[in-house]
Write a protein that binds this ligand. Sequence first.
Ligand SMILES: O=P(O)(O)OP(=O)(O)OP(=O)(O)OC[C@H]1O[C@@H](n2cnc3c(O)ncnc32)[C@H](O)[C@@H]1O
Ligand SMILES: [Mg+2]
Length: 219
Amino acid sequence: MKRGDTVVVATKNAGKVKEFAHAFGKLGLNVVSMFDYPDLPEVVEDGLTFAENARKKAREVAEALGMPVLADDSGLEVEALGGDPGVYSARYAGPGATDTLNNAKLLMELEHLAKDSFTTDGKQNQLEDGTKLLSPARFVCTLALFDPASGKFMESIGFVDGQIASKPRGSGGFGYDPLFWLPTHGKAMAELTMEEKQAISHRGAALALLLGKLENHSE
Ligand SMILES: O=P(O)(O)OP(=O)(O)OP(=O)(O)OC[C@H]1O[C@@H](n2cnc3c(O)ncnc32)[C@H](O)[C@@H]1O
Ligand SMILES: [Mg+2]
């Protein structure tokens, strides 16, 4: 990839598109997404892992377009929920789920549990304004780049650890960002600028790894 090239990202998530456009823009690359190809058939995300879904999105779109395509499959793993919503993060609240409905569903599930198991050391798990920290959690992002000419994938994975807060904060980012508390920053993910989010996020980490692999590959 060289300055001026276009990267096709197989996503219909406007939040992801913004983050990729920002990251690739710094390298002089343009980003197009599935919003630019509205007629492509929908990819059914029925994989059991993030990696399977990322590969499926990348391969199907790359084969339809006849060019290399990058896909991102990501989600939230919440310890107290045994790793849920995981690969179901986008549709946690059911068909037609929105970020708002998914966040409400997450809080409902956790507050349910909190009554039994998270009350004893309440002080420690509480922010100054009374917001409770309900469970450790982790964002995961897998990236898959598929080149239909070679039939090969290049893949990477990134993580970021935090806590689920009982109240949303901030208006940046997307998805579960307002509920994802970063003890290291004393802020929710949605309170970070895009630049700050990229520096610490699961997507930023996965992208840095992938770019490193691409660089080695082209040498
Ligand atoms: O499949 P595409 O079209 O890329 O878009 P999507 O929104 O369906 O994306 P996923 O299938 O990968 O589902 C990931 C969900 O996990 C959540 N998520 C992923 N990355 C996130 C981030 O950086 N911040 C907050 N929530 C995130 C968010 O709810 C996403 O909808
Ligand atoms: Mg999806």
